[in-house]
Design a protein around this ligand. Sequence first.
Ligand SMILES: [Zn+2]
Length: 141
Amino acid sequence: MARIADEQIERIRRGVSIGELVRSAGIELRRHGTNGDRAGQCPFHEDDETPSLVISEAKGLWHCFGCGRAGNAFQWVMETRGVGFREAVVELMAGIGTAQADSSPAPSCASTSCPLDVGMTDGELIEAVVDYYQESLKGKR
Ligand SMILES: [Zn+2]
């Protein structure tokens, strides 16, 4: 199960643009360095005059040189929204494919027939989320 969860997490992570995610939080990104990295103002610490939040799209990671916070897309959602890993997974799943469409918030699973159960383990949860979105993307009937 852990193995499946890892694969699913990886699939979600690859489907998410960390740059888009950061920009959707209202942070302006500028080119930084020569390898396609971008930098912006860190939302996690005060007075970030020189943008110290560096985004590596290639690695799907972010890191702030000012306050030391860092992570991948999941941690970004967890930190910016103050949610747990489960909510972050759901949030990112919902955001895949809609991130570039407009700036409206990702659909929350509360407004649909949500198959998730709070008693699920992380692995079960991710499988349920993936199944759910695969069905709703394919089906639409
Ligand atoms: Zn910071």
